[in-house]
Design a binder for this molecule. Structure first.
Ligand SMILES: C[S@@+](CC[C@H](N)C(=O)[O-])C[C@H]1O[C@@H](n2cnc3c(N)ncnc32)[C@H](O)[C@@H]1O
Length: 350
C-alpha cells in the first residue's frame, strides 16, 4: 500500500478491497511479518512440547492425538501448528501435520527462537521502556534467566561445541579442576565431568534460577559430589580457597558482559588474581556484526544485537577483544573463528 492509498482508505475515499498492491515490492507482506511474529512463539512452544522432535523423528503427526498424549488443549495445539503452517514451517491438512523443507532449518535453529520469544520476551515487551534514557539506570530490564540458559545449552551445541572440544582435546596439560564462568544451567561443567572422569567442576553464575537447574541436573546425573555451583558476579569475584585449585577456566556466551573496555581489562586481570593456577582460559562469545545490510541479516543477529542495545550492553567486535588480552594479563594463543550466527569466536588464552 502506498502512502497515498493509505490516506485514501483512512479518509474513506476508497474501499479496503480497492487498494492496489505496490508494484515490484519483494519485501515480506505485512501479513507475513505479523504471522512470523506469532510463529516465533509457536516454534518455541512446539520445541518445549516435543512437537518438533516428533515431527523430525516420525515425519508426520496428528495434532489432536499429539495434544491428548501430552496433556494439551486440542484447539490451542492445532492453533500452534496453524501458526507454523502460516509461515511454511509445516504443511497442515486439517489435523495432519508434516514437516516442509524449511522445517529442518527451523529444527536446527529452534534455540534462537526460544531465546527470543521465551528467554527475552519481557525485554522485547518492554522495548519502549528500555529505549527511554530516563529509565536506563540500575537493572531496568528483565529476562527469564532459566529460559535463556535452556536455549543457550542448544545454541552452544550448534555454534561452539565442536570447536570447544577441539580446543580442549589439544590442551598441552592435564587439568584437575575446571571453572566455568557464567555457567548458566551447568551444561558445560556436566559435559566436562562426563568426558574427564577424574576431574572436578565449579560453575559460577549470577542468576540463582539457572544455578538451581544446574544443581538439579548434577544430582540427577550422579555428579553432585564432583561439582560445586556458586552464585557470584564474575566481574567482581570474591576470593575462595577452591579457586586456587582451578587449572582450566572456560567462559562461554558471557564475555561481552566484561565490557566496556576498562571493565574488561580489569575483569581479565581479576581472573588472573582469583585463579592464580589457571593455565588456560577458553573464552567463547559472539562478536558484533560489521557491514551486513539490514535485509541480509541471518537468524539471531538482529534479535541478539537489539537485545544488547536495549540492555545497554556493549558488544565488542573482534578487534576490540584482540586489543585487551595483553593488558588484561593473558596471552592469546589462538583464535578460532566460527561465525555461524553472530560472529562466534573462541579465544585460547594462556
Ligand atoms: C548467555 S548465558 C550462557 C550460559 C552458558 N555459559 C552457556 O554457554 O550456555 C550467559 C550467562 O552468564 C551469566 N552472567 C551474566 N553476567 C554475569 C556476571 N556478571 N557474573 C556471573 N554470571 C553472569 C548469566 O546469568 C547467564 O547464565
Amino acid at each position: 500500500m502506498t502512502r497515498v492509498a493509505a490516506e485514501a482508505w483512512r479518509t474513506g475515499s476508497v474501499a479496503a478491497d480497492e487498494i492496489p498492491e505496490i508494484a515490484g515490492d519483494t519485501s515480506p507482506s505485512v501479513a507475513a511479518i505479523y504471522n512470523s511474529a506469532v510463529a516465533a512463539w509457536a516454534i518455541a512452544a512446539a520445541w518445549e512440547a516435543g512437537a518438533l522432535d516428533e515431527l523430525y523423528n516420525r515425519g508426520e503427526l496428528d495434532a489432536v492425538d499429539f495434544a491428548a498424549r501430552h496433556g494439551l488443549d486440542a484447539g490451542s495445539t492445532v492453533g500452534m501448528f496453524r501458526a507454523l503452517s502460516a509461515v511454511g514451517v509445516v504443511e497442515r491438512d486439517d489435523i495432519t501435520i508434516r514437516p516442509t523443507e524449511k522445517f529442518y532449518e527451523v529444527y536446527r535453529t529452534r534455540s534462537f527462537f526460544h531465546w527470543l520469544s521465551k528467554g527475552s520476551a519481557e525485554l522485547f515487551r518492554q522495548m519502549h521502556h528500555c529505549m527511554k534514557i530516563e529509565n536506563r539506570t540500575g537493572r531496568y530490564w528483565e529476562r527469564d534467566s532459566a529460559a535463556i540458559a535452556y536455549a543457550c545449552r542448544e545454541i552452544n551445541e550448534l555454534c561452539y561445541d565442536s570447536t570447544f572440544w577441539y580446543a580442549v582435546n589439544r590442551l598441552d596439560f592435564e587439568f584437575d579442576v575446571v571453572a566455568d564462568l557464567g555457567c548458566g544451567s551447568g551444561g558445560r561443567v556436566m559435559d566436562m565431568l562426563l568426558r574427564y572422569p577424574g576431574t572436578r567442576g565449579i560453575g559460577i553464575d549470577i542468576a540463582r534460577p539457572a544455578l538451581e537447574v544446574a544443581r538439579q541436573k548434577m544430582d540427577a546425573a550422579g555428579l553432585a559430589s564432583r561439582a560445586e555451583f556458586i552464585e557470584a558476579d564474575v566481574l567482581d569475584l570474591p576470593t575462595r580457597p577452591e579457586f586456587g585449585e582451578v587449572d582450566l577456566l572456560t567462559c562461554f556466551m558471557m564475555g561481552h558482559d566484561f565490557w566496556p573496555r576498562d571493565n574488561c581489562v580489569e575483569t581479565l586481570r581479576g581472573l588472573r588474581r582469583q585463579f592464580p593456577h589457571a593455565r588456560r582460559l577458553l573464552l567463547g562469545d559472539a562478536t558484533r556484526t560489521v557491514g551486513v545490510a539490514d535485509q541480509d541479516l541471518g537468524v539471531f543477529t538482529l534479535g541478539f544485537e537489539l537485545a544488547h542495545q536495549l540492555m545497554d550492553a556493549y558488544l565488542p567486535v573482534l578487534s576490540d577483544w584482540e586489543s585487551v588480552f595483553e593488558e588484561g594479563g593473558w596471552r592469546l594463543i589462538r583464535t578460532h573463528r566460527i561465525e555461524m550466527a553472530v560472529g562466534e569466536v573462541i579465544f585460547e588464552l594462556a
